[in-house]
Every structure is written in C-alpha cells, then in structure tokens.
Design a protein around this ligand. Structure first.
Ligand code: TXA
Ligand code: MG
Length: 330
C-alpha cells in the first residue's frame, strides 16, 4: 500500500461530504464512492459510470452499529458479520423504515446491500467522513473492475473528483453477496441440511464453501432474486413497480390522475403532484425518482401521468426505469 497521509484523506472526506465523487481502494476492487445520504451525489455515480440503468449499490460503513441504524440485522446476519467483517462479504438486508440512505441507492428496493471493508484506507476514509459511502466498482459500465488507481483514472478520468491511490487491491475480485430473507417456509424450517434464509446473489472473494462451513448448511444460489423477495426468472430488473399504472410522456392531465412532473412547464393540476426537478436538472430528478413514485403510489389516483424526461445523460436511466414501471404486468 502506498503511503497516503491524513491530510489527503481529510480532503477526500470533505469532497464526499460536499456531494462529490471519490474513488477509493477496498481489499477487493476500487469503489466509486458518494455520500449515500445525498441522492444528488448518488445520481452522479450513475452519470459517471455511463450506465443506462439504475442498479442498486453497495453501502460501505465502518461498524456494525452504523449498519444497525440503517437495516434490520437478524441473527444469521450477525453470525456472518462476526466471522467475515471487516472483509469482502456484502449482506443484503431489509431497510429500516426510517433508513436515511437515499432510495436511489436501493434503486427503489426495500433492501440495502452493506459491507464493512477491510482496506485500511477505506476504513480511515469512512471514519473521517463519518457518513455511509455507497460505491459500485470504479469502472465505466461494461468495463472490468479497477484494481489500481491508474485503471480508475483511465476509465473515469475527470468524471471523478478525487482518486485515493492505495496501490493494487489485494483480492482483485468483488465481494461475495449474500441476501438474508426473514421469511421462513415451514416445510424446510426444521430441516437443518438446507436453509431458506440465506441466498447467494454473487460469488466473490469469500468462497461459498467457507460460508457454508460456518453456517453448517448449504446456501441456495439465486441470481434471480433481489433482497427478501423472489422474482420469476428474468425479472431481476423489475425492482419496485408501483401498483398504480403509469402513463408516460403526458402533456396534459386526465381526471383522477396524479402527476409526476419534470421541469418548469408543469401543467396546471389540482390533484396529487410531485415535480422531479422544477429546474429541469436530471441529477435532481434521479435523486427524487423512487421516493416520488412511492409517494404518488399511495395517493389512490386512477393513474400516474408522467411528463416527458429528456433522453440524454441520466435521462436514459430515468426513462428506462419509467418504461419498466409502465410496462404491462403479468
Ligand atoms: O467488492 C465489491 O463488492 C465492490 C467494492 C467497491 O465494494 N463493489 C461492487 O459493486 O462490486 P457493484 O455495483 O459493481 O456490484 C454490486 C452488486 C450489483 O450486482 C447489484 O445488483 C448488487 O450488488 N446489489 C446491490 N444492492 C442490492 C440489493 N439491495 N439487492 C440485491 N442486489 C443488490
Ligand atoms: Mg461492478
């Protein structure tokens, strides 16, 4: 590890607190970090990665107490945490109802992926910034993960405000992701050879057999599952779908509709209405998208009319999410 003095880490922490992007080393790969409490900062991650979709992100924190403020931590999660944290294990847990992390981090899901990294620079950064830091791997969408600071700068360049150089990462492979469900099905609850609480979502730096040895049973692999909810194959992307149907590219309102507006030219409307960004900024719109959809969904409107969102930049991911929310349901 190269020497990075505390003054450099102080600068990086300040950039994060001010809503900027900082790439930092973890023991697995470099992460592209933002303040997880700040939706606009989180939106910048998607913009920088150039990904046309919102994927949920891993939140990095410094302690189990910090995780307990965000998520429910059932006994089996605590057991895994005691054995493997700090380290390359990510747990997908149910968000607490008052979880302060931006909904964009969860891409609208009721769950949060969390981990306590082991890399000394990541730990010092978390301690200094004193905020949860969400970070996907610090590469452009579709590229391989960055294991050196030079990979980050050649891939992301000026899209990142600061790169903490910690040399080469030691694992070079991403964390193992495990989802913990609080749902038990009675028929296998008494069968100790298998388990329906713990699911492997991504193989990674910690071997599945190592997890299974600790738990004493086999872990089910589920790539078509998000958090505690099983989905039909191919539905991984469906995320949170509002119960109310959506009408896209609306320029005027029909009776009984709620309005999801964008920009300054909002049609006159007496019913429920949220404006994603009155000034027409896509970062602000991305930061508000999931919470506003959820809020309008509770209004008992006949439909949610959505104004057109420009297709450039982050608008691509916003439109992707809206298109899928508007698609016919089975
Ligand atoms: O080692 C790692 O995990 C690195 C370092 C930076 O921590 N991070 C990383 O992040 O690999 P990323 O974004 O490249 O991969 C995170 C994965 C994605 O496949 C995402 O779908 C999944 O985690 N994920 C995040 N939140 C989730 C959630 N609530 N439910 C299910 N999957 C989730
Ligand atoms: Mg990645």
């Amino acid at each position: 590890m190269s020497q990075v003095d505390q003054q450099v880490i102080n600068n990086a922490a300040e950039i994060l607190r001010q809503g900027g992007l900082v790439a930092f080393p973890t023991e697995t790969v470099y992460g592209l970090g933002a303040n997880a409490l700040d939706g606009r900062a989180v939106a910048k991650i998607f913009k920088a990665k150039g990904r046309p979709q919102f994927n949920p992100l891993i939140v990095h924190v410094g302690s189990l107490e910090a995780i307990e403020a965000l998520c429910h931590v059932p006994a089996v999660a605590r057991k895994l945490a005691d054995a493997f944290w700090p380290g390359p294990l990510t747990l997908v847990l149910a968000r607490k109802s008052d979880c302060p992390v931006s909904e964009l981090v969860s891409a609208g899901l009721p769950t949060l992926a969390v981990r306590i990294p082991a890399h000394p620079l990541a730990r010092t950064l978390l301690k200094t910034a004193d905020i949860p830091i969400c970070a996907p791997s610090a590469n452009r969408s579709g590229h391989v993960s960055a294991t050196q600071a030079t990979h980050v700068s050649s891939d992301l360049g000026l899209r990142v405000d600061f790169i903490l150089d910690g040399g080469k990462t030691s694992h070079g492979l991403e964390s193992t992701i495990v989802a913990i469900s609080e749902i038990k099905t009675p028929d296998i609850a008494n069968d100790t050879s298998q388990n329906n609480e713990v699911f492997l979502l991504r193989a990674g730096a910690i071997k599945t057999s190592t997890l299974e040895n600790l738990l004493g049973y086999k872990i089910t692999k589920r790539t078509n599952m998000i958090g505690a909810q099983a989905h039909a194959p191919g539905q991984l992307e469906s995320h949170y779908a509002p119960a109310t149907t959506l009408r896209l590219n609306a320029s005027s309102l029909h009776k009984g509709e709620a309005l999801l507006a964008f920009g300054p030219n909002q049609p006159k409307h007496d019913g429920p209405c949220k404006n994603l960004s009155p000034t027409g900024e896509l970062e602000e719109a991305a930061a508000n998208l999931f919470s506003f959809l959820r809020e309008l969904d509770t209004c008992k409107a006949s439909r949610i009319a959505v104004m057109p969102i420009p297709a450039e930049g982050l608008g691509e991911a916003i439109n992707d999410r809206l298109n899928r929310a508007a698609a016919p349901r089975p």
